[in-house]
Ligand binder design. Sequence first.
Ligand code: ZN
Length: 147
Amino acid sequence: MNDLRDLYQEVILDHGRRPRNHRSLEGANHSANGYNPLCGDKIVVMVKTEGGRVSDVAFQGTGCAISTASASIMTESVKGKTIEEARELFRKFHELVTGHEEPHGNLGKLEAFMGVSEFPMRVKCATLAWHTLNAAIEDKKDTVSTE
Ligand code: ZN
């Protein structure tokens, strides 16, 4: 179990330091802003959907290592998925980080965040990118706040 924890730590550190899809997105047809006042994490999620599928997704913003790593892994996880699949993934991720679901090994890198269920404040950092993705897909104009 310790090895697994080390591995998860490494995944989060790696994505926190070198976030993937951390750029502006040309041709995005959805975007939303997210803010986590407890930690100061700010994010913009840009999405390009085609035929009900997420064809590209990117983010910009500044935040702690957890929020940045989570946004990075979120973009990798939902790219190419249908909007329904992306929503379902968020549901499962949310259950995992709030401790309502045991990890089964089928959420891939998303399981790296299972440790945050022990830290309620960190749950907001880990879910900010996902809440913002949802708001973008639903074309919500107001900034998403975790409060
Ligand atoms: Zn944070």
